[in-house]
Design a protein around this ligand. Structure first.
Ligand code: ADE
Length: 231
């Protein structure tokens, strides 16, 4: 039974979505002078869009969220609020996905007020229209049913967070000892995707390093709930 609807996104899909996004910008007869990536999710799409549109000016603005994969909370702010003079420039603001829209709303407000561009448009590969508070000017997929997009650039982070979620939920039922195979089995059942052995091993190592798991025998790991800090 899948608990969180998740789509495993491939690199090829990302390239194709960005090609299509760039095409939409071109078909609109609108040419940005500069691309701004919403960091960190927008980095890879922004870079690909620069390539497809042959744009050489790329900067980023980091928006910080409190919360973890698939449980993003409302608080968001600009992490490094630096100054640029973009008067007279046309900006394309790029993010991977517009979910609640908070990141893009905050980035757009900050840029408009502080960098003062002539124009600003927004592009994202995915737009979750039923929950988003903002509609991007350019998007590829209008996502009608909320889903977690497991992009290649958050694979290690998401796998670790998803493992942690499983451990935490199962601890409530009294299960605190796990083999890696059991954990992988739950991961596949909960999320309906398989990220591959290398990511499972990496996530296991991170949980061991953080002290959330400890070795309790050969291929037996104990969940140390008290080590969990809510981020
Ligand atoms: N970041 C915020 N919402 C997301 C989603 N639904 N999928 C992937 N990354 C996200």
């Amino acid at each position: 039974m899948v608990k969180v609807k998740t789509k495993l996104v491939s690199w090829d899909e990302v390239v194709e979505w960005c090609r299509l996004l760039a095409l939409k910008v071109e078909e609109d007869s609108w040419r940005p002078d500069l691309v701004v990536a919403v960091a960190r999710g927008g980095y890879v799409p922004a870079r690909l869009i620069c390539d497809f549109l042959d744009i050489h000016d790329l900067v980023s603005l980091q928006i910080l969220h409190w919360g973890k994969a698939a449980e993003i909370t409302a608080e968001a702010h600009v992490k490094y609020p630096y100054t640029l003079n973009l008067s007279g420039k046309k900006i394309l603001l790029v993010d991977d996905i517009i979910d609640t829209g908070d990141s893009v709303i905050i980035a757009k407000k900050f840029i408009t007020e502080n960098w003062k561009p002539a124009e600003l448009k927004v592009a994202a590969m995915q737009w979750i229209s039923p929950v988003a508070k903002i509609k991007p000017d350019y998007f590829v997929e209008d996502v009608k049913d909320w889903i977690w997009y497991q992009y290649p650039w958050t694979r290690a982070e998401d796998t670790t967070n998803f493992f942690e979620k499983i451990l935490d939920e199962k601890a409530k039922e009294g299960k605190n000892e796990w083999s890696l195979e059991e954990l992988i089995g739950e991961f596949k059942a909960w999320y309906g995707i398989d990220v591959g052995e290398k990511y499972y091993s990496l996530a296991l190592k991170r949980l061991l390093d953080s002290g959330l798991l400890t070795e309790a025998g050969e291929n037996i790991y104990r969940y140390m709930k008290e080590k969990r800090v809510s981020k």
